[in-house]
Design a protein. Structure first.
Length: 258
């Protein structure tokens, strides 16, 4: 893109405030409902379950009264890597996953995927899931599926898409109204909308008017496994030092120096 170009590349991402997150799981439920994520009759066996947004529980390892816990929601990180070479994108032989340089979103094209699962092995965040079976919806539930998101078939990998269909709907609405830009609140992910604690902030990381642009620059904001160089677009915020160190995967001898 030339320096004189008026087009500014977007880079969508989110900042999740771990001090606000209560671990309620509303983001997980909203994500599954919005994106037609399949589920099993018995979800007690988690090895082959599919959850695009998963909430983890962190503990500081201390006894009462110093004991402390933290809940960490983990969607797809939509890594940028080195010039868009995200770990999953680099290894996919079918080009079923790709990096959109105009939005920063890592896509997943189900009809191209043949289930080799190289992307699952390459993702350091375990954010990709394999469909071991065709989805079976309870009687009547198929009427409530989101028509903007295609259900996935057996044998393909799926993941969080930052609710990309909502971005397309926002663009269509803006075009119909004669606008060439969309506002911050016109494109929001389902998890950000559903969070009762307002712990998830979503927007354009390159837009100075968006909240995520300011939040990502806070000194208490960090990214998971940043030392790997994946350059994820999901940021986390916490005022607690042990949370920041746990999230950034510090080695034990480094944590002991703190």
């Amino acid at each position: 893109m030339s320096k004189g170009s008026k087009h500014k590349v977007k880079k969508f991402g989110m900042v999740i405030d771990l001090d606000k997150c209560t671990g309620c799981g509303a983001c997980m439920v909203a994500c599954m409902s919005e994106n037609n994520v399949p589920f099993k009759e018995n979800e007690s066996k988690k090895l082959d379950s599919i959850t695009w947004m998963r909430v983890y529980k962190l503990e500081n390892g201390k006894s009462f009264p110093e004991a402390d816990i933290c809940f960490l929601p983990r969607p797809c990180m939509h890594c940028e890597g080195d010039r868009g070479h995200a770990p999953c994108v680099s290894v996919c032989p079918a080009i079923a996953t790709d990096y959109d340089h105009n939005t920063g979103i890592v896509s997943q094209i189900y009809t191209r995927c043949f289930g080799c699962r190289y992307c699952m092995a390459a993702c350091p965040y375990h954010a990709r899931y394999f469909n071991w079976r065709d989805p079976v919806w309870p009687e009547g539930m198929e009427k409530f599926l989101n028509p903007n998101v295609s259900p996935r078939m057996r044998g393909v990998v799926e993941k969080c898409s930052f609710c990309h269909h909502r971005y397309q709907l926002a663009l269509d609405k803006a075009y119909a109204e004669g606008r060439d830009k969309i506002e911050e609140d016109e494109y929001q992910t389902a998890c950000a909308h559903a969070c009762p604690a307002n712990a998830i902030t979503f927007g354009d990381l390159n837009n100075k008017k968006h909240s995520v642009y300011r939040l990502k620059k806070n000194p208490n904001t960090f990214r998971l496994l940043e030392r790997l160089g994946t350059n994820p677009k999901v940021y986390y915020h916490s005022s607690r030092e042990w949370v920041r160190r746990a999230g950034d995967n510090y080695l034990k001898h480094e944590a002991a120096k703190a």
